[in-house]
Design a protein around this ligand. Structure first.
Ligand code: FAD
Ligand code: SF4
Length: 470
């Protein structure tokens, strides 16, 4: 008899919108045991090939069934440096769970029957964190003379530094912002990824010998040549895709029209949600429109809703998306949570123009209805606006979350660093080396906006190349 999937406990929608507490509680031991017992221990486990870092999923789940949680932790850690982070943010329904033999869906994402691999990973990762198992991971002896510079402290940079230090190489991470973590810190809100989890992983890296230099923008305050002159033998670039795309419509410069990046940075990094403890409020108003259908749009909309506590206004938050629910690229869990929290989805809608009041503050968004046509080169059905279908929506705050582009602060000042038409860094896909000898790159700065685990996968590959001849 096929057993029912084990659901995780979550805060009620009412509890969630009053603050930034973590929404999903994770499995208890009993729940983890019950869920792991559903795994069929397949002879050819397709779940593993669906994972960008090929975690031995079958093995770690088996170890969970035997209550060997430490063993499961070390199995995951062989290929994934941050299980507690990935167990919380990985879009598993598009990756490992999609390949699970119990998946019944033919869509791009899996059905609920697939093993909840991510929740089991989180259970194991949190067990490891509680028991500080990370200290038991074997490391090479004293660091040799050679040191490597890592630029950017997002998942790519953190993972690369972790891999290097484990093999006895001194790694120094240079980060432009005041805190480390990249999108994990300034983008993904604490109700999805509590700061203690990220801080723990960074503290483990520091304990292992990784050095962090924040408030240092490579390409402005220090240059690649300076790093080589300071004795760094190799450099890894994990610069991310931190530049927001815009709609290119009239009125995008009006007051209270934000890019999702700016909005989320104000909320998460600058702690707008802790006003008045932090003097950095974001005024949200009554009508909030978020434009886009990815994780960034979900995070922005859910953060805006939660600002009701600090702004004193209960906002009416709508997500505007050109296609339909089926095409939305966001994690399915995030979409579900947003809907439960009362965020309204306005599908098949294309923004046309922002309008303002006499003071230049946004007041209204003019829109058009869309219809879906045949699939475009990306494989997604094309949304085409219908002539004469104009309508207006009231808008006190607009957040544009329609994609991100390469961070070009560094690449703009290093002409020898080859980039493609999207301004992403071009690499040798075997070695992850860039057009400059001994300079490597990985994460979103290579190939555009991806996922946390994909960024880590590239960073591991680069670290392996860096280790050769270091
Ligand atoms: P980043 O995380 O962008 O980190 C790059 C770092 O480099 C930044 O800290 C930046 O300040 C620093 N930097 C850049 N240039 C310089 C310089 N010149 N000098 C010094 N420092 C520099 N993925 C998932 O898997 N699951 C999710 O749920 C998910 N949700 C997301 C939500 C949001 C709001 C966003 C924006 C993205 C989300 N993603 C998610 C995507 C994921 O976060 C990224 O794919 C991942 O963070 C990329 O990692 P990275 O290390 O390449 O870059
Ligand atoms: Fe278990 Fe699914 Fe992987 Fe099979 S495919 S080993 S059932 S997680």
């Amino acid at each position: 008899m096929i057993k029912e999937p084990i659901k995780v406990k979550e805060l009620s929608a009412q509890e969630r919108v009053n603050g930034f507490a973590e929404v999903v509680s994770g499995y208890s031991e009993q729940e983890a045991l019950a869920e792991s017992s559903r795994c069929l221990q397949c002879k050819n486990p397709a779940c593993i090939s669906g994972c960008p870092v090929n975690i031995n999923i079958k093995k770690f789940i088996f170890q969970v069934t035997k209550q060997d949680y430490a063993g499961a932790y070390f199995t995951i850690r062989k290929t994934n440096n941050f299980p507690s982070i990935c167990g919380r943010v990985c879009p598993a329904e598009y990756q490992c769970r999609k390949g699970c033999v119990l998946n019944k869906s033919k869509l791009a994402y899996c059905s609920p029957e697939a093993i909840n691999i991510h929740f089991l990973e989180r259970f194991v990762g949190d067990y490891g964190m509680r028991n500080n198992l990370e200290v038991e991971i074997e490391r090479a002896g004293e660091p040799p003379e050679s040191k490597v510079a890592v630029v950017g402290s997002g998942p790519a940079g953190l993972c690369c530094a972790g891999e290097l230090v484990r093999k006895g190489i001194k790694a120094v991470v240079f980060e432009g912002l005041q805190s480390c973590g990249g999108v994990l810190r300034y983008g993904i809100p604490g109700f999805r990824l509590p700061r203690q989890v990220l801080d723990y992983e960074i503290s483990c890296l520091i304990r292992s010998g990784v050095e962090f230099r924040t408030n240092t923008i490579v390409g402005k305050t220090i240059f690649l040549d300076d790093l080589f002159q300071q004795g760094f033998v190799k450099i890894f670039l994990g610069l991310g895709a931190g530049v927001p795309s815009f709609l290119g419509i009239k009125g995008e410069n009006f007051c209270n029209v934000y890019s999702a990046n700016e909005f989320l940075t104000r909320v998460n990094l600058m702690s707008a949600y802790k006003f008045p403890e932090y003097h950095t409020p974001v005024n949200i108003g009554k009508h909030v429109l978020v434009i886009g259908g990815g994780n960034t749009a979900m995070d922005a909309a859910r953060c805006a809703l939660r600002l009701q506590k600090t702004s004193g206004v209960k906002p009416d938050v709508k997500i505007i998306y050109r296609r339909t629910l089926a095409e939305m690229p966001a994690r399915r869990l995030e979409i579900e949570h947003a809907q439960q929290e009362g965020i309204e989805f306005k599908f098949l809608t294309q923004p046309k123009e922002f309008r303002s009041d006499s003071g230049g503050f946004v007041q209204e968004l003019a829109c058009l209805d869309c219809e879906l046509k045949e699939a475009d080169e990306s494989g997604r059905r094309k949304a085409v606006a219908k002539d004469g279908s104009d309508f207006n929506m009231p808008c006190d705050l607009a957040i544009i979350a329609v994609g991100l582009q390469a961070n070009q602060v560094l690449t703009n000042v290093v002409p020898d660093l080859k980039t493609d038409k999207y301004k992403d860094i071009v690499i040798n896909s075997q070695t992850m080396e860039t057009s400059i000898k001994n300079v490597f790159a990985g994460g979103d700065i290579v190939g555009g906006e991806g996922t946390v685990i994909e960024a880590m996968g590239m960073a591991k590959k680069a670290a392996l190349s860096i280790l050769q001849n270091s």
